[in-house]
Design a protein around this ligand. Structure first.
Ligand code: NDP
Length: 446
């Protein structure tokens, strides 16, 4: 099997040079899928995995725009349309200077499996730009979004490809993108999710990834008759996912000790409460300030340039970005008694970190399962747009909770090892794959 894996990965590397994040994501999936495919020869003979790793389409485009000083700026825009076997392409847009084709291909690839796990009819895609909205005026962000959509509109649509937010793309950016699409196309349709509630968005969509992550962790804890109450939790990030993860953890009685941004992390040994969290939400959403201001306000520790993983905890929830938790961090977490790591971000743990979690047999929930709540409620937003109807907060929240429970059941089905340990990574990869593979077989060689 190792030979098969090596040959497979060598081919991926040859065909996609200088794409380390994409190779990392494919390696992770191939390691658990190839033994499964070996037992299902139709998947092997029809080269299903070889087809899934090849995007159906990649669009790269120039995004020229004028800044507030009247100067011309040029960014690069991308949309990776990875797989449409089970529905129209669906996945977020990321605006961050670190965006490259490799990053977006890894995210689009992960998205294919994640969307399949939700049980909703959504294919996988991802897009974005190396534009950095930080320290830009609203006017500059609007100008950029309008130029970006002036090209992207040709490739998306409510039944074709439905982008959403991701890092650097929140309600403000979705609003500007939607406005420009509507203006060019002359139609009001569900082409984007993450819209404001007043103009077609879904209740609970902003909260969905964070809430869904916590619901998933609750399902994990239930397998050992446990709950979140009193658990010490580390969270990284202070953006959309991190904020609502913290809110739900606090509501469940857990002690949230840390949050972070790209400059460093705060450590509050008393734990965050609702008021303290509100300070962070205002800081990040309104003032667009830095997390260090929390430490000044509440007189607690601030660790500049560091990540939170050295703090003693029960549960770690990496919620910022890819590869933010490495092998050394994993060893420290395990030594300190952490027994559960669940990814709110996409691929925040390096391969070395994941290997350490597997070896120690602690609970490790990969992002494609644990953070699927966001895209699940995006799917529910699409349903509500099609119905021209809005569900209540409780209706959406209950559906989200049920979807996270269902994803957990799928992970148990395919991930339970002979000794009883659950390999959530294997469970999520195989569980996500089967539905896509069967759909691709049914649709022929397209
Ligand atoms: P936001 O832009 O709202 O927040 C991102 C957070 O991560 C910020 O605190 C940011 O700090 C920090 N961050 C970003 N880049 C880096 C970096 N290179 N190093 C350290 N910290 C960094 O994004 P989201 O909360 O939406 O997304 C966070 C993660 O969750 C991403 O991996 C995303 O793909 C994933 N995800 C998001 C979903 C969603 O619904 N939004 C759904 C599923 C997954 P700073 O402010 O300093 O930049």
């Amino acid at each position: 099997m190792n030979d098969v894996l090596t040959q497979f990965l060598e081919k991926i590397q040859r065909r996609n040079p200088a794409e380390p994040e994409f190779l990392q994501a494919v390696t992770e999936v191939a390691e658990s899928l190839l033994p499964f495919i070996d037992q299902h020869l139709i998947y092997r003979d029809q080269k299903i995995l070889e087809r899934i790793v090849e995007p159906e389409r990649v669009i790269i485009f120039r995004v020229p725009w004028l800044n507030d000083k009247g100067e011309v700026e040029v960014n690069r825009g991308f949309r990776v349309q990875m797989n449409s076997a089970i529905g129209p392409y669906k996945g977020g847009l990321r605006f961050h200077p670190s965006v490259t084709l490799s990053v977006l291909k890894f995210l689009a690839f992960e998205q294919v499996f994640k969307n399949s796990l939700t049980g909703l009819p959504m294919g996988g895609g991802k897009g974005g730009s190396d534009f950095d909205p930080k320290n830009r005026s609203d006017n500059e962000v609007m100008k950029f979004c309008q130029s970006f959509m002036t090209e992207l509109y040709r490739h998306v649509g409510a039944d074709i490809d439905i982008p959403a937010g991701d890092i650097g793309v929140g309600k403000r950016e979705i609003g500007y993108l939607f406005g420009q699409y509507k203006r060019i196309k002359g139609e009001f349709s569900g082409v984007l999710t993450g819209k404001g509630y007043e103009w077609g968005g879904s209740l609970i969509r902003p909260e969905a990834t964070g809430y869904g992550l916590v619901y998933f962790v609750e399902e994990i804890l239930k397998t050992r008759g446990d709950s979140l109450s009193g658990k010490k939790v580390l969270i990284s990030g202070s953006g959309n996912v991190a904020q609502y993860t913290a809110e739900k953890c606090i509501a469940k009685g857990a002690k949230v000790l840390t949050m972070s941004d790209s400059d460093g992390f705060i450590y509050d040994p008393d734990g965050l409460n609702v008021e303290k969290l509100q300070f962070i939400i205002n800081l990040k959403e309104k003032e667009r300030g830095r997390i260090s201001e929390y430490a000044n306000k509440f007189k607690c520790g601030y660790f500049k340039g560091e990540r939170p993983w050295k703090i003693k905890c029960d549960i770690a929830l990496p919620n910022a970005t890819q590869n933010e938790l490495d092998g050394n961090d994993a060893a420290t977490l395990i030594d300190n008694g952490c027994f559960c790591v669940a990814e709110g971000a996409n691929m925040p743990c390096t391969r070395e970190a994941v290997a350490a979690f597997h070896k120690a047999e602690i609970f490790y929930a990969p992002g494609k399962a644990a953070n699927a709540g966001g895209v699940a409620v995006s799917g529910l937003e699409m349903s509500q747009n099609s119905l021209r109807f809005s569900w209540t907060r409780d209706e959406v929240d209950n559906k989200l909770r049920e979807i996270m429970k269902q994803i957990h059941r799928i992970c148990l089905k395919y991930g339970k090892e002979k000794n009883g340990h659950v390999n959530y990574e294997k469970g999520a990869n195989i569980g996500g794959f089967v539905k896509i593979a069967e759909s691709m077989l049914a649709q022929g060689l397209v």
